[in-house]
Design a protein. Sequence first.
Length: 336
Amino acid sequence: MVLSANPVSLAQELRRIEESDMIVMMPRIESEGEAAWTTSSEGHLVGLLPEPLQRDFQELGLSPYSARVLLALLRLGSANSADLARVSGVPRTSTYQVLEELSARRLAARLPGNGPAVWTTPGSGEVLERLDAAEEERLRQHRARTSRLRQALAETFPEGPTPALPYVSLVNGVSEVKALYEQLLSEAQEEALVFNRPPYTWSPGQANPVVLEMLARSVKTRVLYQAAQLEDSAAAAFRQEMDKYHGAGVQGRVVDELPIKLAVFDRMKSLLVIPDPVLPEVGYPTTVLVEHGGFATIQAAAFEHLWAEARPYPVGERKFRTSTASDTRPRSRFDT
């Protein structure tokens, strides 16, 4: 059986099908000049409700069943639940509930009269206006709830916690390490403690003006050196630079060995350079900035322990030792 949108009333054709209980299983037929449909194996009509329209109504807040029943009602103008079930493809037992829901939202209404219930809509334009108004009301209520919640939070937590910043940072690259080290030097206010050992971020010789500026601000600075490095006969430029810092106020002592490179500022921030235990000569070591007072205090205690046992920084004549191949390898540096 083929149902044509013209010229006979679609509702009348649907009613004839219902009364005669005829179900014809045929593919959709494209007839010249007019659209045609067939019934499905369940008796539902195929092709009357475009899927894009169904999706659009769902995006406006309708359920899939509600969208299909509403579209069927808009297509038919008015119809009973049986007609709507056949056109929409919604089970007839569910159609009654869907119609009640559409009625509650003022998108469908039951026509007065005796006999089987006949339903209609206020028209497509009014349906869209009411859906739009419902969405505006939902947004208004959402804003009102947000406003109440904002006020309640302000009254309950008047200060609010300060967002926590990361207190452990990895620093990559020689230039980045150098820039960070100089920043810490310029920010130091009371004290700087340094384990001075390779690697460095540039070649020794010229005094770093950032270090001299820190010393001019009377920041108490103490440095521990490794004896082998300080006494190396090939380290004349390094010693000359260190002598400039000591002349400007740095206090220094010497130990046999320093396990890592470390700088502690104001017992609040620690910069650690940690060589790879397997390949210590490959690349610049891992550098870590820890902004934590407790951690810095522990590092400062380790410094004080070594400082108490260290020898005085040599002034005047020094005994030099011949450097080895490992001592003369290319280095980068922290300038302290």
